[in-house]
Every structure is written in C-alpha cells, then in structure tokens.
Design a binder for this molecule. Structure first.
Ligand code: TRP
Length: 336
C-alpha cells in the first residue's frame, strides 16, 4: 500500500514536470517567432529587356534597400521577365500571385497591366509608366482608388521638341516612329505631334507592328523627313541598333526620349534618369510593405522633368553644329 502511494506520487510529479517542460518549450518557440517576423515577398514583372528597363529594375532593388528591405535578408524578391510576350506576362502574373507576393511591381505598361488584370486586391506599384490613366491602371493620379499606384514618368515632350527646334532650325518635316501596340508610345506621340505642329514642323507618323518592321520603316521615314523623333517605346528600345543602322546610312539625326538611346547613337534628348525612376518605385513598394501606404489613397508620383543630353560624336558625324546655349546647358556624351 505504502509503495503504491510513493509510485503514485512519483508519477504525479513526473506528469507535472513534463507539463512544465512542454509549456516552457512552447513559449520559447513563440518568443523566437516574434523576434523574427516572416520574410515578405516582392514580385517584380518586367515587360522586356532593354537598357532602360534593366536600369529601372536595378533601381527598384536599390530603392527597397534604401528603406531597409534587403533581398535575401528580410525580403525575398521574385523577378520575372516577359520577354515582350503577352501570354508570358499573363502566366507570370499568376505565378507571382501563387508565390504569395506581398507587393507586386510592374515595369513598363504591358507588365503593369498584366498584373492589374490578374488581381484587384494585391497592391501593385507601377514602375515608370508613361500614361497610367489612359492605360486604365488608375482612375485618378491624385487618388488612384484601387490596388494600383506608383511612378508615372511623364516624358518632357515640350522641352524635347524645343531642343530639337534649336538643333535643327532649318528642318521642315519630322518623322515619328512608334509601335501601334504600345499605349505608352501612342500617348507620347499625340503630345509630341501637337507641340511639333506648334513650333512649325510638319509631322509624319510611322507605326510599326513589331521589331521586324524597324529597318524598312526607318528607311522610308528617312527618305520622307528631315529628322526622326522616337518616343519611349519598348519595342524600339529593345532593337534600337537596327534603327540607328538605317538612320546612319541615310545620314539623318534621331532625336530620342531617353538618355540610353543618346549613348546608343541618338543625337540628343531631354531625358530622365532611368535608375532613379526605379529607386522611386522601390521606395513606394517599401511603403506598402511597412504598412505606411495603401495604393487606393497614395497619389501617383508624377516625374515630369529631365536633363538635356547631347551626343557630340554623332553631331560631328552628321555635320550638325551644336548651338552654344545647348553646349553650355546639356550633358555632352560620346556614343558607346
Ligand atoms: N514608360 C514606358 C511604359 O510605360 C516604360 C519605359 C520606361 C521605357 N523607360 C523607358 C520605354 C525607356 C522605352 C525606353 O511602358
């Protein structure tokens, strides 16, 4: 009888000890989980590869980092590139949602649109979109209203055309080449056409339906006009050398819309720093991650300024004298 009592006490004690031990283990585990918050995922979708979009993507990563979000440490970046293919963009948008992205970033209009078609509740940050309202991405730049906000790079078209007028005072006709499938280009061309007419140019427009058209359309445009004007067009940017090869043969200057295209053989632009556009985009994605911003009431960041850039080598090649005023104000580069 006595033994049974002792055994009973030992068992009871053991049960209590095991209970206490298990409880402590449990609380230790929850402490550990509280110290280390779950790593959040940033899903980035880029439309196509070309120097400008590649720089924007690097800028996005740098912008996130500036705000304390480092890939591989406290965030995971899932990056996909649609290589200019609409069906890829759609399936990649689904993949980024399946990876449970906490915030999505769409670089260039077709990528941002594919993401917006795939989800109406996950936050989406637009990376350098030319015209978010016409593209149907936001209702209103000041009050987006839905799950999309971000950076609108409004190319300084008026300043570009003014600069072109100073560079080519005797030119009469300007040829504008753009992709018929890119809304971002169409909206820029509309603005450029209006301004060019105001300064006295006759405008001829040339639409391409894919990069396969670039060579023949450029030849034709060079024959029919005094100089070319190229908008921020992704298809042209991804095959820019093809265009420059033809314009060089015809000895016609190409006024462009981004700094990278000046380095690649364009004559000049008033352009925006593509990396910085990405940094601003990354910062906006960080604000969503930290809970500081909700796209519905976060105004779109409209970046509408740029810097004058001129390619001195190309000017010499084409016998164009750079006016003193431009030489003073512009960043002078050589071709690459
Ligand atoms: N703004 C373009 C769009 O909405 C994307 C873009 C950004 C771009 N920078 C560029 C295109 C430079 C061509 C060249 O799609």
């Amino acid at each position: 009888m006595k033994n049974k009592g002792i055994i009973g006490s030992i068992i009871a004690l053991a049960v209590v000890l095991i209970g206490v031990f298990a409880y402590q283990m449990g609380s230790r585990q929850t402490d550990a989980a509280a110290d280390k918050p779950a790593v959040k995922t940033v899903g980035i979708l880029q439309f196509i590869s070309h120097p400008s979009l590649d720089q924007i993507k690097d800028g996005v990563i740098a912008g996130l980092k500036k705000e304390g979000y480092v890939d591989g440490k406290n965030i995971k970046v899932e990056f996909l590139n649609g290589q200019g293919d609409q069906s890829k963009l759609n399936s990649m948008s689904q993949q980024l949602l399946e990876k449970k992205s906490d915030v999505l970033v769409g670089i260039a209009t077709p990528a941002a649109k594919a993401l917006a078609n795939a989800t109406s509740d996950k936050p989406i940050i637009m990376g350098a979109i030319s015209d978010p309202v016409s593209a149907g991405l936001v209702k209103n730049l000041k009050k987006p209203g839905g799950n999309v906000t971000g950076v609108n790079n409004l190319t300084p078209v008026d300043q570009q055309i003014d600069m072109a007028k100073e560079l080519f005072p005797n030119a009469k006709t300007v040829g504008m080449i753009y992709s018929s499938s890119e809304e971002n280009s169409k909206s820029q061309i509309e603005r450029a056409e209006k301004k060019a007419a105001e300064v006295g140019y006759t405008v001829k427009k040339y639409a391409i339906s894919s990069s396969n058209d670039i060579a023949t359309i450029t030849q034709q445009a060079c024959k029919e006009t005094d100089f070319l004007y190229i908008p921020q067009d992704n298809t042209i940017a991804s095959a820019f050398q093809t265009l420059i090869n033809e314009s060089d043969k015809a000895k016609k200057p190409v006024f462009v819309s981004v700094d990278n295209m000046v380095k690649e053989g364009g004559i000049a632009t008033v352009g925006q720093n593509q990396f910085e556009l990405g940094v601003e985009t990354g910062k906006m994605a960080a604000a969503v991650l930290s809970g500081k911003s909700d796209p519905a009431d976060t105004p779109v960041n409209v970046i509408d300024y740029g810097d004058m850039i001129i390619n001195e080598e190309k000017a010499e090649e084409l016998n164009i004298t750079i006016p003193a005023k431009i030489k003073e104000e512009a960043e002078v580069v050589k071709g690459e």
